[in-house]
Design a protein around this ligand. Sequence first.
Ligand code: AHR
Length: 627
Amino acid sequence: MMNKMFLKNRILLRLIILLIISILLLFFTGCEFYKENKDYKKIDYVIGVSQANMLEAWRLVSTKEIKEEAEKYTNIRLIITDATSNPEKQKKDINKLLDYGIDLLIVSPCDVKEMTPVIRKVYHKIPVIVMDRAVEGFDYTLYIGPDNEQIGKQAGESVLNLLTNRISTVLELCGSQNSKSSIDRSKGFQSIISEQSGIDILQYRIETATRDDTEDMVLEIGEQLNNVDVIFAHNDYMARGAYLALQQLGMEIPIIGIDGFTGENNGISMVQNKRIAGTITCPTGGKEAIQFAMDILNNVSGVPKQIILRSHSITEDNVDEYVESLDQPLIVSDHIIDVGYSQLGTESAWRLANTASIKEAAKDAGINLIFEDANQSQEKQVEAIRNFIKLKVDVIVISPVVDYGWETVLQEAKVAGIPVLLSDRKINVEDDDLFVTFIGAEFLEEGRRAMHWIADNVKSNNESINIIELQGTTGASPAIDRKKGFEEILSQYPQYQIVYSEVGDFTYQGGKKIIEEYLQENEWSIDVIFAHNDDMALGAIEALEENGLMPGIDVKIVSVDGTKEAFKAMKEGKLNCSVECSPLLGPQLMKAVKDLVSGKELPLRIITDEKVFTQKDAKGLMKSRKY
Ligand code: AHR
């Protein structure tokens, strides 16, 4: 009996085990089956895209580009929302996207003022890429957009090329008065036109900036059209509206538009079909947004703060060449890339860190770097460039000591077919085609930030605040722009004034000498020292201490760079603020070199990420400083 029961139980147990195994097997094989058949993909990142609206044709192209680029990555998922140009809706959209657990937000704000605080909040949680319309301040990870003022200038040049009479009238068809891009386009356009005398601008505004409303508007202009020599429309849809109106009126007036999209009835085909005389391309940056989103999410080093996209002037002369260039496959280089780098010198700690970053990044990228140090001599830089041309390097990079006098040698590089990149400092040339792109900081903003800090922290109590300015090298773009940016904000505070300003050449000794000389000739009545770089500020600190003054207390000191030495001085209470200017340009530069050699189009400007540091930050951040 016992045996029978035992046997029964064993059979039951076996049956149960078999059942469990079958269920498990079914479950696992079932999953595999699901994986194979449902094309199961592992999603690593969810990217939220908050579009300002899906009405403007430009924005539709932008969304299409984002989608197409995202499709190239199997491990990301996009969630796209349409704010219908309503800031309240966009705020809700963004909150929903956050609830969905997005890892990164791409946002094209529909209202700069309204959206700034919301975007700032998101930026404190996850990375944010702002597209097309900027926000106030710098609380975002990366901005990607066009330079609308530059686009307006290009349109101005195209219009001038079409004018045959000295006395002419241009009809400018503007977009909404609230559209920042339309305002900037107009500004750039008018700056070019106003350089010539005898040209009248007849301006009309089409609030909706659409084809149909433009068509109606041009039809309404009537008689006045008889005097118009060229029409400039702020986008290609308006250009098309103008063209349709002219057709009905039986008139022919050359038209310049903006956008330059491919596809039926868009700018490029209208140029090809001779409906408009030209267009200026205005890239959406959708593709770049996804590419940089992936870099950010994968913690790739050297992601910039701003990418300013390049625009091209398209006319019937170059339209076919342009269309061809769009379909070019990327070139795989069959040799090690040679880069000739002309560094301006070794004047500061910043410069040494900059050189180290460039050399290290070239090594990491497998690029052959031919490095020349010009010891602050422009002549030596010109000599180095000529030598690079002789060596037939693939790319020339210059960190130019001054911003003038580069035309001749850059023309030689152009004739030799060698592209030139600018690293760290800008140049002032008539022909922007002499270099491909600029990678570096926004010096103007650094100057503004320095003065903002002073206005916020050195209070005036109705007495005047006296400032000494220690300037960098005369003619160097950081010296020019930091001064300009500083004075721009200074002009808003009448009680603050620069009472003494001398050139210290960005060196420690230069800064020290200025303060020593000032002290020899003057009673000390200075409240603030603004130094164009940390080295000069540190030199000034030594001079003050040698003369019994307490830097940081008796006189507040603000400088630019954010070097380790500056952090040490802030920690010791001798320096009050250092506006960051990163010298770590190597990784971005080498990426740009590789992109260029492979045939990719580089942006117009690549601007680095920078912050403002004060004594409060110094202790905590000092260890993490990389230069
Ligand atoms: O061009 C960048 C400037 O040059 C840095 O601020 C300064 O320290 C350097 O010498």
